[in-house]
Ligand binder design. Structure first.
Ligand SMILES: NC(=O)c1ccc[n+]([C@@H]2O[C@H](COP(=O)([O-])OP(=O)(O)OC[C@H]3O[C@@H](n4cnc5c(N)ncnc54)[C@H](OP(=O)(O)O)[C@@H]3O)[C@@H](O)[C@H]2O)c1
Length: 249
């Protein structure tokens, strides 16, 4: 029997990288899975790649009022929800001088405000044995070039793990963060292959374990946090980051 048998899981940003690999692991463990993304085409491509029955929902994670409609669409499909992985993110990295108020508002809407309102909208659907996983980043703990605003948005998101655990304890909902370090995904593909390889090499040198992580390694950690194996784990952050968030480098 799979570790997530009978559970229903929503993953935001499930068309690529950590979200897609988590969908794959959740399905393999017996869960019913829904993924979101901004494009119908990329959602269809993810469903083809996973070769499994999957609910695909077009939804922009930066659309704050849209979170209530996402919850309503899910409620129309499923009797309950046991797992929410808030994974979609705006990963804009810019030097201080380049930030506009509009870009600042957009990254905070996507990474901080909308996830809160998604949780709020899903409250009636969560079962009494639910797990919320908030995907943070090592940038919440460690200063990185051009990552001031991104890091602040992720630090805020991860702080929800503490506040929401307290507030939702009587709903039977556990809330934890999952904090990746540098991980090979499509996040840097807009840079082009050469620049991406150079950035990966720069990042690799900063990781105490001397390598980048894989999306599968993050997905397996997500399975643990999603499953009842972690039933006594609440309000904390699991760092899957090669040690970069905790150790000096
Ligand atoms: N990779 C790393 O090194 C790393 C390190 C630390 C933290 N993280 C965190 O890990 C998470 C996943 O990142 P990844 O590296 O797997 O990135 P990725 O491969 O680029 O995948 C990002 C996913 O999020 C979706 N997405 C992006 N913006 C969205 C929006 N506004 N609304 C809905 N979906 C959206 C994308 O779907 P569509 O494009 O189809 O909409 C895609 O499915 C993020 O929270 C990121 O901050 C990653």
């Amino acid at each position: 029997m799979g570790r997530l048998e009978g559970k229903h899981a929503l993953i935001t940003g499930g068309t690529s990288g950590i979200g897609l690999e988590t969908a794959r692991e959740f399905l393999a463990e017996g869960a019913s899975v829904a993924i979101t993304g901004r494009s119908r085409e990329r959602l269809a491509a993810a469903a083809r790649e996973l070769e499994a029955p999957l609910l695909t929902l077009v939804s922009d994670a930066g659309d704050v009022p849209g979170q209530a409609s996402l919850a309503a669409r899910l409620q129309a499909e499923w009797p309950k929800l046991d797992i929410l992985m808030s994974n979609a993110a705006d990963v804009t990295h810019l030097p201080v001088e380049a930030w506009t108020e509009e870009a600042f508002d957009r990254i905070l809407a996507t990474n901080l405000k909308a996830p809160f309102f998604l949780v709020k909208s899903l409250l009636p659907l969560f079962s009494k044995q639910s797990s919320i996983i908030l995907v943070g980043s090592v940038s919440a703990y460690v200063g990185h070039e051009n990552a001031t605003v991104y890091g602040a948005s992720k630090a805020g998101l991860l702080s929800y793990a503490r506040g929401l655990t307290y507030e939702l304890k009587d709903h039977g909902i556990r809330v934890n963060g999952l904090s990746p370090g540098p991980t090979v995904t499509n996040a840097l593909s807009p840079l082009g292959p050469e620049r991406q390889a150079a950035v990966y090499e720069e990042l690799r040198r900063t990781v105490p374990l001397h390598r980048l992580g894989s999306a599968t390694e993050l997905a397996k950690a997500a399975v643990y946090l999603a499953s009842d194996e972690s039933a006594y784990t609440a309000g904390t952050v699991l760092r899957v980051d090669g040690g970069i968030g905790e150790l000096a480098y």
